[in-house]
Design a protein around this ligand. Structure first.
Ligand SMILES: [Zn+2]
Length: 86
């Protein structure tokens, strides 16, 4: 029997998330505009970065890739949270 909690993930590779400058500016604008609603921020982060940091709701800046036997597991982290998992 496999226990999902004990999957051996091995050592991940860390890659920076590269966002084109125009999209980055668009995201900054959405996030910093005080009238932007929470759901609008969520949508912008999903659209532009692809998802959220695993540990908080900030836009992620780094991707961790774990090679599993038949798949690659991807986790996204922001600058702050990446320090906790490195
Ligand atoms: Zn985070």
């Amino acid at each position: 029997m496999n226990n999902d909690n004990n999957i051996r993930k091995g050592k991940p590779t860390i890659e920076p998330i590269v966002i084109p400058e125009d999209k980055k500016q668009k995201l900054d604008k959405v996030l910093n505009y005080k009238h932007t609603s929470h759901s609008q921020k969520e949508r912008a982060i999903k659209q532009i970065v692809g998802g959220f940091c695993c540990l908080c709701e900030n836009p992620p800046t780094q991707i961790l890739k774990y090679k599993l036997e038949d798949a690659t597991l991807i986790e996204r982290y922001c600058d702050k949270c990446i320090e906790k998992v490195k």
